[in-house]
Design a protein around this ligand. Structure first.
Ligand SMILES: [Zn+2]
Length: 286
């Protein structure tokens, strides 16, 4: 399989990547089933990029239905070392207006029915998630956003809810009291799985609305969100392009060694099935 080093995962509204010179579309089979869609491999600014719309083209999967493990595993199989993830979010802070960008660097998990790990069933690993995003991609995405000329917030906490409904006002106010910056439904699992797969990961969050905590705000309405989302898409594509430009060939962050001391299971006790299932991820340690 050809090696692609950069992956882009598009969220609501971002189902295709403008400016991407498509080379091929590939359905990647994984031990965890099928990814959300065929992965589009193409050239962006002279670099090969793998693009995947996380909800599938046509937006057919709810956040709870997305096969996050298959999505990240498929990227790993292609050779991806960095993932730029784009996500529509609600703003939980007055100063993050609709249309603003937040380069996320922390997560709070409020999901309830999702598998967030590649481990289990014959192998145990405890991976550090203290700093959930790649520090280098963080800088790259921030600089790229500035170049595009959009208002960008450097750092922010993303609370990930199960969805597909938006929050109640009571929930929204509780999340605000926790000090979170944005609210979304998808990026937490991707960040965890990318870390386990030793892939650098960053979330570029596009603020579409003030969620329902805001006093002047009507309750979140999907048509309103889509309207602002569409405006945000051009911005997001610009940021992706600039980010891809800014990515250097060699990685010198710690993301590529996240599993080095994390596998707890005695090597002689790891099941053959687990070894086989996770070979692309753990193979280098055996
Ligand atoms: Zn990294």
């Amino acid at each position: 399989m050809s090696q692609v080093k950069i992956g882009v995962i598009g969220g609501s509204g971002l189902y295709e990547m403008e400016g991407l010179k498509v080379l091929e579309e590939k359905w990647v089979e994984t031990p965890f089933g099928k990814p959300s869609d065929a992965i589009i491999i193409g050239e962006l600014d002279g670099k090969t990029v793998a693009f995947l719309p996380r909800h599938g083209r046509g937006h057919i999967y709810t956040p709870s239905e997305i096969n996050f493990r298959a999505n990240i595993y498929a990227m790993k199989l292609l050779g991806v070392e960095r993932i730029l993830s784009v996500s529509a979010v609600g703003s939980m802070k007055e100063n993050i207006a609709p249309g603003h960008i937040v380069i996320v660097n922390q997560f709070v998990d409020r999901t309830r029915q999702r598998v967030s790990t590649f481990f289990g069933e014959g192998i145990v690993a405890h991976v550090s998630f203290a700093d959930p995003v790649c520090p280098h991609l963080f800088d790259i995405a921030y600089d790229a956003s500035k170049k595009v000329g959009v208002t960008v917030h450097k750092g922010g906490t993303y609370v990930c809810i199960e969805g597909p409904m938006f929050s109640s006002r009571a929930e929204s106010k509780i999340f605000r009291s926790w000090g979170v910056d944005v609210i979304g439904m998808t990026n937490l699992q991707e960040a965890k799985l990318a870390r386990e797969a030793e892939i650098c990961y960053i979330t570029i969050a596009l603020s579409t609305d003030y969620d329902c905590w805001h006093e002047s705000e009507e309750a979140v309405d999907v048509s309103m969100v889509i309207k602002i989302m569409q405006k945000n898409i051009a911005t997001a594509q610009g940021i992706i392009k600039e980010s891809v430009k800014g990515i250097k060939e060699k990685r010198d962050c710690a993301c590529g060694e996240a599993l080095k001391y994390a596998i707890m299971t005695d090597k002689t006790k790891i099941s053959a099935a687990a070894k086989k299932r996770l070979e692309p991820i753990i193979g280098k340690y055996f």
